[in-house]
Every structure is written in structure tokens, then in C-alpha cells.
Design a protein around this ligand. Structure first.
Ligand code: 6PG
Length: 249
């Protein structure tokens, strides 16, 4: 189902969701690498993508052109890379440690720094990779969504437009979050992706996914709803997170 420039793909369960997303990512990266000799992906934090990362790690050698792939991160908590709350550690343990990606092409957000310093540092990293372009031309951007509609570390109420000129900013997560100090790519940077894939699984996400698809263009107030790829934006959800009936219009 396509609505307001977003495709909604419903998979029966989290395992099928992970496998379908892994297949999609592998195809997109292979196409990009075949075309340009290199490719890039922005990894998402949180728990939902971990099953996808494990599925990518388990794929047969050659399924993904890892030696040609540059890896970036959509956001990071301001903790050291070995910290249990680190998005880098989560992706490393589930995926990066198990595939032949070149270490010099894994661009970690330096969460060990304070948020403004880490944001400045990552802005420099992205500018050095994509500086001549109006936006970073990622091939694939992976995102999750919180029950409040946040994505990466773009939380409701944050002034998202102030990052227009910036590709990376410091952010504050709500007090209830395990780590408040964050670094996040801005909407401008995340929308630089050719394909944006938003992953949602579990009954607790049905409300926010329904809100995104029910409200349509007018409902782009939710940060996750504002991120659209330059090519395709696809929301891949399991049955529990999928809008019910007409909720998705
Ligand atoms: C983070 C993520 C965040 C995440 C959502 C959903 O650093 O936490 O970038 O945006 O995608 O909070 O998290 P779950 O997948 O754990 O529900």
C-alpha cells in the first residue's frame, strides 16, 4: 500500500520482517555497488533492527558487497562504544563483527565525546564523504520509530528545521530514556538517502504507525513521518505493528 509517498509492507511476524528487510538491503546495496563500485548504508539504533542485522550477518558470503560498503549511523547515545547502550556496539555485535566490511569504511559516531563535540566531529566525517553534494547521498537509510513518533534521535518537539544547514546535531532524549545526551543526523541528512526503510515491530508500535499512515501529508508532525528518501520510502512492519483496517487509509 502506498500513501503520501510512503510504501507500507506488512510481514507476518518479526522473523519474516527481518528476512525480508535483509533481502531488500542486500539487493539495494548490490545494485548500488554494481552501478558505482561502492555503496553506503546508515544503520539504525534501538532493538528492532538487531534481527535484521543478524539476518544480514547470516547471509551467504557475497550476498552483500561488504568490502565496497561504507557504514554510517543515524544516531548515537553519548556513551563509549563498548557501552551496552551504544548503537555502535549493538550493530557491531550483531553484524559488523561478522562480515568483511573494511574498518576504515565503518564511520562510528564518537559517543565517548560530549554531544556537541561528537556532532561536530561527525558533521566533518559526512562532509568529507559527501561534502560536494547538497545532501549526503546514502544508498540505504535504516530507521526505527519510537512509540512517540521519534526516529533516530529526532524527538517530538525538537526544532527539526534548525538543522537545515547541519547534517548532524546534538539532541536531548526525554528524561525516561536510558541515555539523554544524543547525537543525530538531521532530517535533511536522513532524507539524502536514496531508499529509506523504516522498521517497526510489535503491538506497541501499531498506534504510531497508524498515526503516520492515517494522517498523511498533514500528519508529518511526527519526526519519523518527515523522513522520505530521494527514491523510495518503505515502512516494513510486522502484523502486530501494522495499521488495522482503514486506519492506514
Ligand atoms: C535509538 C534509535 C531510536 C530507535 C527507536 C525505536 O538510538 O534508540 O535510533 O530512534 O530506532 O527508539 O527503538 P526500538 O527499535 O528499540 O523500539
Amino acid at each position: 500500500m502506498t500513501r503520501h509517498g510512503r510504501n507500507l509492507e506488512r510481514l507476518a511476524d518479526p522473523d519474516l520482517l527481518a528476512r525480508a528487510a535483509a533481502s531488500r538491503v542486500a539487493t539495494l546495496l548490490t545494485e548500488a555497488a554494481t552501478l558505482r563500485g561502492r555503496c553506503s548504508i546508515v544503520l539504525a539504533g534501538g532493538s528492532t533492527p538487531r534481527a535484521l542485522y543478524r539476518a544480514l550477518a547470516a547471509a551467504p558470503r557475497g550476498t552483500v558487497p561488504w568490502t565496497l560498503t561504507s557504514v554510517f549511523f543515524g544516531d548515537e547515545r553519548c556513551v563509549p562504544p563498548e557501552h551496552p547502550e551504544s548503537n555502535y556496539r549493538s550493530a557491531h555485535d550483531a553484524l559488523l563483527a561478522h562480515v568483511p566490511v573494511l574498518s576504515e569504511r565503518v564511520h562510528r559516531i564518537r559517543g565517548e565525546l560530549d554531544a556537541p563535540a561528537a556532532a561536530e566531529d561527525y558533521e566533518r566525517v559526512l562532509r568529507s564523504e559527501y561534502g560536494g553534494l547538497p545532501v549526503p547521498a546514502f544508498d540505504v537509510v535504516l530507521l526505527g520509530i519510537g512509540t512517540d513518533g521519534h526516529t533516530a534521535s529526532l524527538f517530538p518537539g525538537a526544532r527539526l528545521d534548525e538543522g537545515e544547514a547541519r547534517w548532524v546535531v546534538a539532541a536531548d532524549a526525554p528524561p525516561s530514556s536510558p541515555v539523554k545526551a544524543r547525537v543525530t543526523l538531521t532530517p535533511v541528512a536522513l532524507c539524502g538517502g536514496t531508499t529509506v526503510i523504516v522498521l517497526a515491530a510489535g503491538r506497541e508500535k501499531r498506534g504510531v504507525v497508524s498515526a503516520v499512515f492515517a494522517r498523511g501529508v498533514a500528519g508529518d508532525t511526527l519526526p519519523a513521518a518527515r523522513i522520505r528518501g530521494r527514491g523510495e520510502t518503505v515502512w516494513m512492519v510486522d502484523a502486530d505493528a501494522a495499521p488495522v483496517g482503514g486506519a492506514a487509509g
